[in-house]
Design a protein around this ligand. Structure first.
Ligand SMILES: *[C@@H]1O[C@H](CO)[C@@H](O)[C@H](O)[C@H]1NC(C)=O
Ligand SMILES: *[C@@H]1O[C@H](CO)[C@@H](O)[C@H](O)[C@H]1NC(C)=O
Length: 210
């Protein structure tokens, strides 16, 4: 083997090992996730998050292009906390799921309005209070909103009907007043809605004439 070949091989070996040990997770996202963990009082489901590891390998987290966090799903835990406002600091988040956290209280934080790539907001089976936020209508990529089984009150912001990609809107089992049907607009092929607490069916599909 020539000297150059040996050198090249060494170089490749070096590149390979450094790329393996490299922390892929974006450091801003990692810091934000660690703040979220702390703000939620170290939920059991994410207790294994270790600052030494690549955050893209952590449970409940998924990354996309450029190793930015695109999905966060913390569910089925006995955390007693509010939704940490820091979730708004994951700028590439597309899927935010916080489900079955019976002691997750407080309002849906306005920082969520910063998540301009958000496609799915699933916050069912918690104890969230306050309104269905008007600011959700700023998130033009939203396809799926499910806030069912909470204690949300007030009426449904009509501006949600302006969300161009919204396919599902589920607000059942809350304390929401007013009709949903006015939300349906011709741009939506099928918007699923309902609200009302009590014995009204959880799920009603309305197909619209196109
Ligand atoms: C939720 O909080 C209540 C009152 O603070 C407490 O009694 C209950 O055990 C908590 N539930 C869970 C699942 O942590
Ligand atoms: C909304 O969430 C509830 C509770 O997790 C679930 O039963 C329901 O199927 C969800 N709705 C949609 C449209 O996914």
């Amino acid at each position: 083997m020539g000297k150059t070949t040996t050198l090249l091989l060494l170089l490749f070996a070096l590149l390979f090992t450094t790329s393996l040990s490299k922390d892929l997770c974006h450091k801003d996202d990692k810091n934000t996730l660690l703040k979220i963990k702390k703000a939620m009082n170290n939920p059991y489901t994410i207790i294994s998050w270790d600052p030494k590891d690549d955050c893209c390998t952590w449970v409940s987290v998924e990354c996309g292009n450029a190793n930015r966090v695109t999905s966060l799903d913390i569910s089925d835990d006995d955390v007693s906390a509010q939704i940490p406002p820091e979730v708004g600091d994951l700028p590439y988040l597309q899927y935010l799921t916080l489900r079955k956290l019976p002691n997750l209280t407080g309002e849906i934080p306005p920082t969520i309005a910063k998540l301009k790539y958000l496609k799915s907001l699933w916050l069912s089976w918690n104890s969230l209070t306050g309104p269905v936020p008007e600011f959700l209508s700023q998130l033009k990529n939203l396809e799926y909103i499910n806030l069912s089984f909470n204690k949300l009150s007030g009426s449904i912001p009509g501006s949600l009907s302006l969300l161009p990609k919204l396919d599902f809107l589920e607000l059942s089992r809350n304390k929401i007043t007013g009709l949903v049907f006015k939300l349906l607009t011709p741009e939506h092929n099928s918007v699923l809605s309902f609200n009302f607490e009590g014995s009204v069916p959880l799920w009603t599909q309305m197909s619209l004439p196109v």
